[in-house]
Design a protein around this ligand. Structure first.
Ligand code: HEM
Length: 556
């Protein structure tokens, strides 16, 4: 029997209705979600904080669509100026509340707290690289690891590194000589030397095993920072399921290969060495406790008054320990002596220290050199101070010499003020935070972004805030300044563990360069194109010129 085909003719209005249905349902869901969100406590509290008006679903994320890294930095500063009145500004990234703080009193509430210690959700982009290392870990794990790691940067350990700082500084001066008389980007040299220094000090790697790996590592780190920064603000890169299919993910794999290649080798070699020593019956002496508990240890001054750079207050006498106990030695020994430290955990801390310890100081030293090249009168004062310390000799600097470098220290601090290598710090607030600077409450769960770059340029704290003036760090000026108005190394319980390492290294490195080269530049600071991709950089390159100074007698 033939089946009769039945064709039902729908009126056009019916067809249109069927087609529109998903759009209608979608719109209703969207509206319901929008109204729900607008009535959440978090949204209501955040809406009271000054900031650009959000649009549904996107919040303010649409404002940065198609932006490049350098433009994002400019945009953030503009937003803070327009809405924040220099104190506070809010944006919504989708439904995520992000609040920028620029007032020292508000910053103190966050950084000085033992509650808001957790890093913001955005730090998860570091995970494939740093795992659960000190920079991003939280809770007991962070507390335990910080307790183990911090002593590795104790003053008495740092003093034993001074000659390594010297020899590496001398080596980079030799390498840079070929650039004499022409404009070049000093950042690449600073990156390589800071990696080499870390390998030889914190990681305790013998110099002979180093090669050009340090440079490749530093370049891979720079590219990783760029990728992580893009993941902060590009929707397709932000969400893991989308990111997984992008070309950027493949690039990430490549750079991580270079980075982890080096750090894995460093860790494995060191571990093998340690195992051999143990097998040969060698017991390390003096113990780490003996080194850091020596009677000449310093007592820090009050952390809440003025500038605190305790390098000045160190006792020059040392126990004269024969053994250099570096961070990695300490980690391996601690694990060996029964602490609960796995190989993966040690490796994650190696990655963390290698990153935090090099990129920050590479940017810090590069900015400082560019500023000295521009401000020739200040460069001359630095040079005269060096002459007063070293005379005509180009001997290595001692720890005692670095204590005498008062003017250079002020120059470094002023450079860190104007161009802080870590331009923002982000935290997740675990409870509502009532602010001091205005009648605002940051809702629990929000991301707080501390605008180091902006708080360092507050006109009510620094007269002529954008002028490079090392005298901003004269004791009489720092004495009564709000402690949280100068936070290049962050502050409070989660501050930088490498602060003293960084200051000592910067002094030796910059002293060696200034004693050997005259720095020049035709640019002004207005020409700097700042880019804040995790670490503050010059998108236009750290360009300057160097001329060798007249050679003096070489005495080590
Ligand atoms: C000029 C150089 C440096 C600057 C400006 C700097 C700045 C900072 C800042 C602002 C933080 C807090 C980051 C945050 O909360 O997101 C930090 C954390 C940290 N820094 Fe540095 N740093 C420098 C050098 C170093 C060095 C040389 C090392 C080690 C050798 C180091 C190791 C660390 C570590 C491990 C942390 C994480 C601490 C924790 O969360 O407990 N830093 N640094």
């Amino acid at each position: 029997m033939a089946v009769e085909e039945v064709i039902i003719e729908h009126p056009w209005i019916y067809t249109l209705g069927v087609m529109m249905m998903p759009i209608l349902v979608g719109s209703l869901v969207f509206l319901a979600y929008y109204f729900y969100e607008k009535n959440t406590r978090s949204y209501i509290l955040a809406s009271k904080i000054p900031g650009p008006p959000p649009i549904p679903i996107f919040g303010n994320a649409h404002m940065v669509l198609g932006f490049q890294n350098a433009e994002i930095f400019k945009m953030a500063i503009k937003l803070a100026e327009i809405y924040g009145e220099g104190n506070i500004a809010r944006i919504f990234f989708g439904n995520k509340v992000v609040v920028g703080l620029m007032h020292p009193d508000d910053i103190e509430i966050i950084l000085n707290s033992n509650v808001h210690l957790e890093k913001s959700e955005e730090y998860r982009f570091f995970k494939p690289w740093l795992g659960d290392g000190l920079l991003i870990s939280s809770g007991d794990k962070w507390r335990n690891h910080r307790r183990i790691i911090a002593p590795a940067f104790h003053q008495n350990v740092l003093k034993t590194f001074v000659n390594i700082f010297n020899s590496n500084s001398r080596a980079v001066v030799d390498r840079m000589t070929k650039e004499s008389g022409k404009e070049f980007d000093v950042h690449e040299y600073m990156s390589e030397v800071t990696v080499d220094i870390l390998l030889e000090t914190a990681m305790g790697t013998a110099r002979s095993t180093q090669n050009h790996d340090g440079f490749e590592y530093a370049m891979a780190v720079m590219k990783m920072c760029d990728i992580i920064h893009q993941r902060h603000y590009k929707i397709d890169l932000r969400y893991d399921p989308l990111f997984y299919f992008t070309r950027t993910k493949k690039e990430q794999e490549k750079h991580l290969g270079t980075i982890h290649g080096l750090t894995t080798k460093v860790f494995q070699d060191k571990k093998k060495n340690f195992a051999k020593h143990v097998q040969d019956g060698y017991t390390p002496k003096p113990s780490f406790d003996e080194i850091i508990n020596n009677k000449n240890s310093f007592i820090p001054t009050s952390p809440t008054k003025g500038l605190r750079d305790d390098l000045d207050e160190q006792d020059e006498n040392d126990v004269g320990e024969k053994r250099r106990l570096a961070f990695l030695d300490l980690m391996i020994e601690t694990a060996y002596s029964g602490s609960n430290l796995s190989d993966t955990e040690i490796k994650e801390e190696v990655d963390t220290i290698m990153f935090e310890g090099h990129d920050t100081t590479a940017a810090g030293s590069s900015f400082c050199l560019c500023l000295l090249a521009i401000h020739k009168d200040i460069q001359e004062k630095v040079y005269q101070e060096q002459k007063a310390i070293f005379g005509n000799s180009d001997r290595f600097a001692t720890f005692a010499d670095t204590v005498e470098m008062k003017y250079l220290e002020r120059v470094i601090l002023e450079s860190l003020r104007l161009y802080p290598p870590v331009p923002i710090i982000a935290r997740r607030v675990n409870e509502d935070v009532k602010l001091v600077s205005g009648d605002y409450t940051i809702p629990k769960g929000a991301t707080v972004v501390i605008g180091t770059f902006l708080v360092h340029r507050r006109a009510d704290v620094y007269p002529n805030p954008t002028v490079f003036d090392p005298d901003n760090f004269l004791p009489e000026r720092t004495q009564n300044r709000h402690y949280y108005s100068f936070i290049p190394f962050s502050a409070g319980p989660r501050s930088c563990v490498g602060r003293k390492f960084a200051m000592l290294k910067l002094k030796v490195l910059l002293s060696t360069i200034i004693r050997n080269f005259h720095l020049k530049s035709n640019l002004t600071e207005k020409d700097f194109q700042l880019q804040g991709d995790i670490i503050l950089k010059r998108a236009d390159g750290f360009r300057l010129e160097m001329e060798p100074r007249k050679k003096s007698t070489s005495v080590k």
